[in-house]
Design a protein around this ligand. Structure first.
Ligand code: SAH
Length: 382
């Protein structure tokens, strides 16, 4: 049964599974996880979304003009630089989509042009909108090739159309680059950041900082992870690949001490700030490569009771997993966005005295082919 609801399904390429209705998408994901991971333990039924639409709290659009000079905004067709115009998207926040359309109108009335990569002329390259689903706060980032435009009047007109916007920034990106955001930014209105609440913790979100895209499913994912971790308030916990420290901060409330390890300096900066914001004092963050830090800890003869790990799609490294087995935690909670690399890494842990006890798939990105899984791994002789 094909229930394609989006006219851009074939052109955009963002929602690979949209030709299936939602129950079939979930069955497809369950099957994929089963194929790769049931050799360890039978995976639990996937946690799907009740309302699998408009779940993305961060929306990005590229701006361009067609041959007649009409202003368009949307997404790049996969692996091209051709912009597919988007008016509304089934996965994106609806307010964000409306803001994009308003920016199109405002550019026209202010006689501002989208940036043209060929001629290197024009003003606006992208717009980024982030919305805190719990707080209702909204950030709009205008990514422009030049700082010269009537900022005050433009922002005033935008706020008149969308009084719900809480902050507006100008980000300058004047380079040849596929990166959306440039280095320099200027706050045009409001505090320059938004805040949101996730799992009872407050997070400050800046234009550049990473934040979970689907907060509704993220809370369910973390709840499973905490349940698997079985913390009692005394444990020494490691949160490897911790990003802005979300998992570690939720765990800190139920643990003795937590060490977050993260490579990105910006993410660690946000993590330290967010820990203070929440008055969490039993968490430390190390800005380092996870493999290097774990190897150093294992060499020092350190011990951890519980280790959370949430590596990028490529998975972890053999040296990380070897050091992890030497740290000998009672429990490992392995969160993954790629069941293939997770299967490889779990094989490695199983060869070093561990067994996989439970696997919970979670649908973080309905209509796409991505699937997230949480695995509980513990020592064989426990
Ligand atoms: N646990 C976080 C983020 C997971 S995304 C959350 O739930 O929000 C994976 C993270 O691993 C990213 O923040 C990335 O910057 C980080 N990372 C990638 N390679 C790394 C490495 N070699 N060592 C430490 N962190 C790494």
């Amino acid at each position: 049964m094909e229930t394609t609801q989006c006219p851009l399904y074939r052109k955009c390429g963002g929602c690979q599974l949209q030709n299936m209705d939602y129950p079939r998408q979930l069955a497809w994901k369950q099957n994929r996880v089963k194929k790769l991971l049931s050799k360890f333990v039978q995976p639990e039924p996937i946690l799907g979304m009740e309302h699998p639409y408009h779940y993305r709290n961060k929306v990005q659009a590229a701006f361009t003009a067609d041959r007649r000079g009409n202003i368009l905004s949307g997404v790049y067709q996969s692996s091209t630089h051709h912009v597919v115009p988007v008016e509304s998207c089934l996965t994106e926040d609806e307010t964000a989509d409306k803001i994009m359309l308003s920016v199109r109108k405002l550019l026209k009335s202010f006689k501002l042009k989208p940036y043209d990569e060929m001629t290197e002329r024009g003003f606006l390259r992208h717009v980024l909108v982030k919305r805190g689903f719990a707080s209702g706060q909204i950030m709009v980032v205008l990514v422009a090739a030049s700082p010269i435009f009537p900022a005050k009047k433009f922002v005033k007109a935008l706020l008149k159309m969308h009084p719900e916007i809480t902050t507006v920034l100008l980000n300058l990106n004047d380079r040849h680059t596929s990166m959306v955001l440039g280095e320099r930014e200027k706050v045009l209105y409001g505090p320059g950041y938004i805040e949101d609440t996730l799992c009872g913790c407050r997070f400050r979100i800046s234009a550049k900082s990473f934040y979970q895209i689907n907060p509704v499913q993220c809370e369910r994912l973390y709840a499973v992870a905490m349940n698997y971790a079985g913390l009692t308030g005394k444990e020494t916990v490691i949160d490897a690949y911790c990003g802005i420290g979300t998992i570690g901060m939720v765990a800190a409330k139920q643990a003795g001490s937590v060490y977050g390890i993260e490579l990105s300096r910006d993410a660690v900066h946000d993590a330290v700030f967010n820990a203070k914001l929440n008055h969490i004092h039993n968490i430390r963050f190390l800005c380092a490569d996870a493999t290097e830090s774990l190897t150093a800890m294992a060499e020092d003869g350190d011990h951890a009771d519980v280790v959370f790990m949430d590596p990028p799609r490529a998975g972890s490294t053999e040296r990380f997993l070897l050091s992890l087995s030497e740290l000998a935690p009672e429990r490992i909670v392995y969160i993954s966005c790629n069941p293939e690399t997770q299967a490889r890494d779990l094989d490695y842990l199983c060869a070093r005295g561990y067994a996989v006890r439970k696997i919970q798939p979670v649908d973080m990105f309905p209509h796409t082919n991505h699937v997230e899984t949480v695995a509980l791994v513990s020592k064989v002789n426990c």
